[in-house]
Design a protein around this ligand. Sequence first.
Ligand code: C5P
Length: 220
Amino acid sequence: TISQSMSNQKVLITAGPTYESIDPVRFIGNHSTGKMGFALAENCLKRGAEVVLVTGPTQCKLSHSRLTRIDVQSANEMYTAVHEHFSGCNGGIFSAAVSDYRPNQIAEQKIKKSQDKMVVEMVKNPDILKSIGAVKKQNQWLVGFALETNDALKYGAEKLKKKNLDLIVVNTLQDKGAGFGFDTNKITLLDFNNKTTKFELTTKKEAAKNILDYLLTIKK
Ligand code: C5P
């Protein structure tokens, strides 16, 4: 059962991977499915919130009268959509797996397989979450994710600070059943008071509920 209402809240959520084009037919992407972000959106809707869901390419489906879905491909497109909508929201949950780099140039024509080796020069994408952390107002809250392979809590704590977050959801790829593609996740929550809360392996839907229950308790 869901106890804490969000009926007076508007929430921005990012989900899924980003696709960074190389040429008109190819891209660099990652294995994110969008499931965690969609589960978070669904849980916010259940609590009565209005949701703006900015998502990269995904198979996930969700429709609701209080949901605005914005489909994007690249990190730059996600950045633009997020900055357009965040100021009108009470808070944001950034679960997208944003590509850290993009090809420096997108070839206008399909690249031919003429050379034995090819090099794609990459440039850094903007850190969308960090840029929102920098402009977030006193009364706005912000949740980020940290997917780590080692020293997860240490890196999580650093990101919480650097990106000016209220809460960070830490998960490691080491846990069985956690991460990309699975319907389950094993999360640890780290809040701005440096309090750590570990959860057992759960479905992503349950993980979403746990994250929001926790957030709404510390933000009361
Ligand atoms: O620094 P790192 O990529 O591990 O941070 C992960 C968190 O930052 C996630 O919440 C992710 O959605 C967000 N992020 C972002 N834009 C980026 C990179 C990460 O919003 N370019």
